[in-house]
Ligand binder design. Structure first.
Ligand SMILES: [Fe+2]
Length: 308
């Protein structure tokens, strides 16, 4: 339960003093040349001051907040992005996505980008294996890329990345390995297919300040099992999304609020010895398969409203 702030105890004189400060700070941005920047700074100041006044923040709490943000900065480097984790765990990433991805016809829904994308992931041919040496149960992924008119999108660039069965992305190992990530291009008929590993649940990195925040607030760091996609093609809106595993008990408590029903897919377990789609010899191991048909919105969908 929230603790009501004792605003009733704030005298009219004190309120006027606080209002005056907000006004002076807002006025300080009067000469901002870029009107959008001015709008953002004004709103940020208004909401920040409203927050401080709402909770009647103590000076000790202000110092704790500064120390927290300092720690978020200190732990962030090329391989660890604590600010994205913070945004994700506060729902700010998903809110930004919600604002910018209004449903357009039957275009595939977006979800969080997350902190583990790496530029220049290796290229694999259609039917290739993005797992590299990442341990895990083999998973056959296939589908199509189409536009909202139903046309096949050939040569769409499909970036895929995922954690291994131990719940770690390659970049978390600190040994420069590249595994569980690649890019490929859709075929002339828009189809694609590749091997990956069956996604498993994992905790977001929780040995830093964001983890401390989750622990202090009784929240779990666990993410529902997922496979990341980023799909782009000329003239179409780039899609950043994941697919999730139907039946995963974490679907309702994903630590970054990323799950959307339309992105939950069947990952069908195949018995050991079941023939593989491409004849790959898995020497008696079990494997799984899933299907993800992707629909990309027009690049200008955001400007043209809901597309109806
Ligand atoms: Fe992820």
């Amino acid at each position: 339960m929230s603790i009501p702030a004792d605003t009733a105890a704030v005298s009219d004189e004190q309120q006027a003093r606080e209002d005056e400060l907000v006004r002076r700070v807002l006025d300080s941005f009067a000469d901002t040349a870029d009107p959008r920047l001015q709008q953002i700074m004004h709103a940020a100041v208004r909401h920040l001051h409203a927050f401080l006044r709402d909770v009647r923040l103590t000076e000790r709490e202000w110092k704790q907040g500064i120390d927290f943000l300092t720690a978020v900065g200190h732990i962030t480097d090329d391989r660890r992005q604590e600010f994205i984790l913070l945004s994700d765990t506060l729902g700010a990433s998903m809110q930004t996505i919600a604002i910018n991805n209004e449903a357009y016809a039957d275009a595939t829904e977006a979800t969080v980008f997350g902190p583990f994308f790496v530029e220049d992931a290796p290229h694999v041919e259609l039917g290739g294996d993005i797992a590299g040496d990442a341990p895990g149960q083999p998973c056959w992924v296939e589908g199509t890329v189409r536009d909202t008119e139903g046309n096949a999108v050939a040569d769409a660039r499909i970036e895929v990345w995922e954690a291994d069965e131990d719940g770690f992305y390659d970049v978390q190992y600190g040994d420069d390995r590249v595994a569980g990530r690649a890019h490929l291009f859709s075929d002339r008929d828009g189809s694609f297919r590749f091997w990956a590993v069956t996604p498993t649940p994992y905790p977001i990195p929780h040995d830093g300040p964001v983890g401390a925040m989750l622990a202090a607030t009784g929240r779990s760091p666990m993410r529902a099992s997922h496979l990341h996609f980023m799909v782009s093609a000329p003239g179409l809106r780039t899609l950043v999304t994941h697919i999730f595993v139907r039946g995963d008990e974490l679907l309702s408590s994903d630590s970054v609020f990323g799950v959307k029903d339309s992105l939950v897919k069947d990952f069908v377990e195949q018995p050991s010895g079941a023939p593989t789609p491409d004849g790959r010899d898995l020497t008696g191991a079990t494997w799984s398969r899933t299907r993800f048909d992707i629909v990309l919105a027009p690049a200008d969908a955001h400007e043209t409203g809901d597309g109806t």
